[in-house]
Design a protein. Structure first.
Length: 301
C-alpha cells in the first residue's frame, strides 16, 4: 500500500521550480561533481524547488545508472533546502517503477512523470491504470508531465486521473494551450496543483492563477522568472507585463531543437561553467550565442 500523502505537500510545490541541466563533457559523460554548483546557484537566485531528469535536463538520455547517480547528487546538493522533484521520462509502467525504486532513501517530494511517448498510444483506461500502478507500487506523489504530442492528455483525462488516483497531485502543462490551463484551474480540486511549462506564456499563466512554473526559462534565468512570479503575486501587472516582453525576447533567441544547450549557455553567462549537451544535440553556435547575449544583456540589468 502507498504511504499516506502529506496534506501540506501541494502547498510546498509552488513558485519557480527550475528543471536543472545535466552537465556532460565532450565525450558525453555525465559529470556528477558539477551538479552541486548549479544547485547552489539556483537557490541563491531565489527558486522554490528543483526538478532533475526533465526535458531541459536531457532526462530522456540518461541510462539507469546515470539516473540513479544524478538523482543522488541532486538530492545531496539540495540538502533539504527546497523541495526536490525527480523527473521520469519513460515508456512503460515497469520502467517508471524501476526508476522510482532507485529513489529509495532520498527525500523526493514528488515525481514528474510523462505519459508514454513511443508511437503506440494507450487507451484512457490504460493511462489511468498506468498512473495508478506507479502510485500504488511506489508511494511517491506524482505530477503528470503533459508534454508528449503523440500522447497529449486532455483536461478531462487529467482531472479523472487525479480523482481516481490519490497520489497524482497535479500536472505540469507544457503545451501553449491557455484554455486547457484555464479549464484545469477552474475545475481543479483544492488539494491539486497546476504548474506551467510554457515559457512564452509564463505571465498570462501566472495571472490565471497557476501554482508555479517548471520550464526552460526558469532554469536559464531563475532570478528573472522569480521576479516575474513575485510581481504577479503582488499585483504589479504593469511591471510584470514589461518583464514578460523582455523574457519573450530571450525565449525567441533560444532555438527549440538544442534548447538544453542554450539553457546551459545562459547559465554560463551568469557564472556557471559551460557544459555541453549530449550528442547528437548540437552545442550553441556562435550565431546563437550572439542572439542570446543580446537578449540577456537587456534582461539582466
Amino acid at each position: 500500500m502507498p504511504a499516506k500523502l502529506d496534506a501540506s505537500l501541494t502547498k510546498k510545490l509552488t513558485g519557480i521550480i527550475p528543471p536543472i541541466t545535466m552537465p556532460f563533457d565532450a565525450k558525453g559523460n555525465l559529470v556528477t561533481s558539477a551538479i552541486a554548483e548549479q544547485i547552489d546557484f539556483m537557490i541563491e537566485q531565489g527558486v522554490d524547488g528543483m526538478v532533475a531528469g526533465g526535458s531541459t535536463g536531457e532526462g530522456h538520455t540518461l541510462n539507469f545508472e546515470e539516473f540513479t547517480a544524478s538523482m543522488k547528487a541532486v538530492h545531496d546538493a539540495i540538502d533539504g533546502r527546497v523541495p526536490f522533484l525527480a523527473g521520469l521520462i519513460i515508456n512503460s509502467t515497469r520502467s517508471a517503477i524501476e526508476r522510482a525504486e532507485a529513489l529509495k532513501g532520498l527525500n523526493v517530494a514528488a515525481m514528474q512523470v510523462t505519459p508514454v511517448h513511443y508511437l503506440f498510444k494507450p487507451s484512457e483506461e490504460a493511462t489511468v491504470q498506468h498512473f495508478r500502478t506507479i502510485w500504488e507500487e511506489t508511494g511517491i506523489p506524482i505530477i503528470i508531465y503533459n508534454v508528449v504530442p503523440w500522447n497529449y492528455l486532455s483536461a478531462d483525462l487529467m482531472l479523472r486521473i487525479m480523482d481516481e488516483v490519490p497520489g497524482v497531485i497535479g500536472m505540469k502543462q507544457s503545451a501553449g494551450d491557455l484554455k486547457l490551463v484555464s479549464d484545469l484551474l477552474h475545475r481543479l480540486k483544492p488539494d491539486n496543483v497546476v504548474l506551467t511549462g510554457t515559457d512564452a506564456l509564463l505571465y498570462p499563466a501566472f495571472s490565471l492563477g497557476v501554482h508555479g512554473a517548471i520550464s526552460a526559462l526558469t532554469s536559464a534565468v531563475p532570478a528573472v522568472t522569480a521576479k516575474l512570479w513575485n510581481l504577479v503575486k503582488s499585483g504589479d501587472h504593469r511591471e510584470a507585463l514589461a518583464l514578460h516582453y523582455r523574457l519573450a525576447d530571450l525565449w525567441d533567441a533560444l532555438p527549440h531543437d538544442n534548447l538544453p544547450a542554450c539553457v546551459k549557455y545562459c547559465q554560463h553567462r551568469q557564472g556557471l561553467p559551460l557544459h555541453l549537451p549530449r550528442a547528437p544535440m548540437e552545442p550553441v553556435s556562435s550565431r546563437q550565442q550572439g542572439r542570446i547575449n543580446e537578449a540577456l544583456e537587456a534582461l539582466l540589468v
